[in-house]
Design a protein around this ligand. Structure first.
Ligand code: MG
Length: 349
């Protein structure tokens, strides 16, 4: 468990700490793969205790004695022993990918298509009073970020004021995207997006409830600002549903929803074939899985931007060496083998 520097409020909850799991996989060649899962109960239906149990009781036994290079088969087997549990599976998937990179002594992105592009990350502002959010926005710009994600989804008038104050504070050169985290009805979503148009919003993320794909499509077709699906898309199958129903302009891929890098790549590929660009986002993860997500982003043509800011909100960092760094808002992926994180020696398990 790691405390947040300050409480983080989004449309459907306020959190003060994050509760993740770390998975280590040991091979007979003395390679140790490291992975992280961060169950978000309200998104994936998992708990920390449940994720630990899922790894120990169901996922680990499918791996014993197997060749990690047969990762495609191992991922399929994990899906055969337990439904869902995507964060637990993500932890195992990341650890397997870490092993592969370490086995060939190369950074992971080399195994995922190579380093195809630099990726910038936004930095997020949780829901607060509009004037406080404006202050936070300035602090983010001072840190060098040129994209800000503003959390909304509470009340149309208040949310418009939030975005107005943030835009006023940062000027016209900063990119602003907003995330309603399922907070609006279809009609409220359309109303708020129209009212936000004067503030040059790059995109609106998940305006309506995750289950309401038809509603998402209605919003998409009623506004000119791009609509991005987040909570509506966990799996490659969900992505196909979005495409079939023409329900979003973009998809936010997260390793914790997808069950790891392997499935995240499938979502990116499905979306790419349909002409839908993706970003990679995160839960309240540490640098362990965020670094894994960054390897995925820089090696995936169809992942243009990132929302990989969660390590900045945590009071503690388990990583001693390597791990993702932020340079003027750009993700700097470590060049160590595998995902490239070395944990602090006394870090708790
Ligand atoms: Mg989101």
């Amino acid at each position: 468990d790691i405390q947040l520097i300050e409480p983080f409020r989004i449309a459907f909850e306020t959190i003060t700490s994050t509760m993740g799991i770390l998975v280590q996989i040991h091979t007979d060649e003395n390679i140790v793969g490291m992975g992280e899962g961060v169950p978000t109960t309200i998104i994936t239906g998992e708990t920390q205790e449940g994720a630990i149990h899922a790894v120990n009781k169901y996922l680990a036994p499918t791996l014993f004695g197997k060749d990690p290079f047969k990762i495609g088969k191992l991922i399929a087997q994990m899906d055969r022993v337990v439904l869902g549990n995507s964060s637990a599976k993500a932890a195992v998937d990341i650890a397997l990918h870490d092993i592969l990179g370490k086995a060939i002594n190369k950074p992971l992105y080399n195994l995922l298509g190579g380093y195809v592009h630099d990726v910038s990350s936004d930095c997020t502002i949780g829901i607060k009073k509009p004037e406080e959010m404006a202050k936070d926005a300035l602090a983010i710009v001072e840190k060098g970020f040129n994209t800000i994600k503003v959390k909304i989804g509470v009340d149309v008038a208040e949310d418009v004021e939030r975005v107005r104050r943030v835009r006023e504070a940062v000027g016209d050169d900063i990119v602003i995207r907003v995330d309603a985290n399922q907070g609006y009805s279809v009609k409220a979503a359309i109303r708020v997006v129209h009212k936000l148009e004067p503030y040059q919003i790059q995109l609106v993320e998940q305006p309506v409830p995750a289950w309401n794909i038809e509603g998402l499509a209605i919003v998409k077709h009623a506004v000119s600002v791009p609509i991005m699906a987040d909570e509506s898309v966990h799996s490659p199958q969900d992505a196909i549903e979005i495409i079939k129903r023409d329900a979003a302009d973009m998809i936010n891929i997260k390793l914790m929803k997808a069950g790891g890098i392997f499935k995240a790549r499938q979502i990116a590929t499905v979306a790419e074939a349909a002409g839908i660009p993706c970003i990679v986002g995160c839960m309240e993860e540490t640098k362990v899985s965020i670094t894994a997500a960054a390897h995925f982003a820089v090696s995936t043509e169809n992942v243009r931007e990132a929302d990989l800011d969660s390590p900045l909100f945590l009071k503690e960092d388990p990583v001693m060496e390597g791990g993702i760094e932020y340079e003027q808002g750009m993700l700097k992926v470590p060049s160590l083998p595998g995902i490239g994180v070395v944990l602090k020696e006394n870090w708790r398990y």
